[in-house]
Design a protein around this ligand. Structure first.
Ligand SMILES: *Cc1c(COP(=O)(O)O)cnc(C)c1O
Length: 422
């Protein structure tokens, strides 16, 4: 049942972290309206009988090659590594898996295209999605344009105002954007509204979830579709240095680019896995999105996982300078990887991410997405710690999840402030 025909992983990807069906240890499950259970069963069946077939994989990989631009390159970030560790004492190599070079500028298209292709094969005639910053909405609208599927995107009314360029992109791509007026008018309200729509139109509609979250089988479906990141990266690092990396690092919002990278290394005990969350103004303030670092176990978006909530279990508003990490939940597999100790989760503040983005731009000629900048911000700490444990300089692979064109306004505004303050 491995997502790819590659032979060197042995066994199935899911075995390593899954316990009873639909769960990752105590996390995951389906906390949804009864009426959605048959649709989730249908999707679980489709994951087994469609996604894992050679026919689907061949068609999808052909699309990834000719439309998305895969395989994405692996870049050896020599100048950045040198500026983090001039003496070469603890960081030997920093490899970047260049998802920023995907069509539409981030890894999200891998999942959106895969789900649109699956929906088509399942005979669904309409796609719905939720979006916060609009990145997943744009990826879904892109896939729907390509497959000639009507696309409706739920977006909090507040986000519609804040993310005007992405609203424009979705409309240009032929999608309908539905502003959600309930609650705080942000991502979690858009998710609730999308689930409500799905309940009503479940026979004809596919709900395209944008991260490795949501009720089962979504976390597994999205991880399967993003596994291409880690599968390619593992082979590319092996080719580059003749050995596996010491560690793999990715930013974590809902957790899809991270689980996509981690998947290929889950069984490689020598590869340490690090997820970097958004600490916003700091994890000790009430303005952050560090769900795994500072959250507690609860239910959000149909699954049990770590969430940001108050004593009464009410979901709290998350904060991050990066819209893609600004989510009060996290995919259930990450909660399990945290509790079992297989992966380590750390966090970077808004200011640390901004400083890292500026450093990456000047040393590598790559303007990273603000989300990705969080992962870059922790490379020094991670390399130092891992090197101390292993008694030698280490090599790391980082998921460069997206490009920063969309964040230019924030960079110009905030990096000015940053310069003034220093
Ligand atoms: C959406 C987004 C993320 C966060 O989503 P995950 O599901 O955690 O990967 C990270 N990076 C970029 C560039 C994004 O657009």
């Amino acid at each position: 049942m491995s997502a790819t025909p590659k032979g060197d992983q042995g066994g199935t990807r899911e075995d390593a972290t899954k316990t009873k069906p639909g769960y990752f240890g105590p996390f995951g499950g389906r906390f949804v309206a009864e009426t959605l259970i048959p649709a989730l069963d249908e999707l679980t069946h489709a994951l087994e009988t469609i996604v894992h077939t050679t026919g689907f994989q061949t068609e999808w990989r052909d699309l990834l090659a000719k439309y998305v631009g895969r395989p994405t390159p692996l870049s050896d970030a020599k100048r950045l590594a040198h500026s983090i560790d001039p003496a070469g004492a603890f960081l030997k190599h920093l490899y970047l898996k260049r998802e920023d070079l995907c069509h539409t500028g981030a890894h999200k298209i891998n999942n959106a295209l895969g789900q649109a292709l699956l929906a088509k094969k399942m005979g669904k005639r309409r796609i719905i999605a939720e979006t916060g910053a609009g990145q997943h909405g744009v990826a879904t609208a892109t896939a729907c344009a390509l497959f000639d599927l009507p696309c409706e995107v739920y977006m909090g009314a507040e986000d519609v105002k804040r993310q005007a360029p992405n609203v424009g992109r979705m409309k240009l791509l032929g999608a309908t954007v539905i502003p959600v007026m309930s609650g705080s008018r942000t991502l979690k309200d858009a998710m609730n509204e999308a689930l409500r729509d799905w309940v009503t139109h479940v026979g004809t509609t596919h709900y395209c979830i944008g991260s490795a979250a949501g009720p089962y089988p979504y976390p597994e479906l999205v991880a399967t579709l993003q596994a291409v990141i880690g599968d390619e990266a593992r082979a590319q690092v092996l080719a580059a240095q003749g050995a596996l990396p010491d560690g793999a690092v990715a930013c974590v919002g809902g957790g899809s680019n991270a689980i996509g990278l981690f998947g290929a290394f889950l069984k490689d005990d020598g590869v340490a896995l690090y997820g970097v969350e958004a600490a916003g103004h700091g994890v000790h303030t009430d303005k952050h999105a560090a769900t795994l670092t500072a959250g507690r176990i609860g239910v959000l978006h149909g699954s049990k996982s770590y969430v940001l909530c108050d004593d009464g279990g009410q979901i709290l508003e998350a904060h991050s300078i990066s819209a893609g990490l600004d989510y009060p939940g996290v995919g259930p597999q990450h909660s399990y990887l945290k509790d079992t100790g297989r992966a380590t989760y750390v966090s970077a503040t808004d200011d640390e991410a901004l400083a890292a983005a500026s450093l990456v731009a000047r040393t590598e000629g790559i303007i990273p997405a603000l989300e990705t900048a969080h992962a870059f911000a922790k490379i020094g700490d991670i390399a130092r710690e891992l090197s101390a444990a292993r008694g030698r300089a280490v090599s790391l692979v980082l998921a460069s999840s997206g490009r920063g064109d969309k964040d230019l306004a924030t960079y110009l505004e905030r990096l000015e402030v940053f310069r003034d303050a220093h």
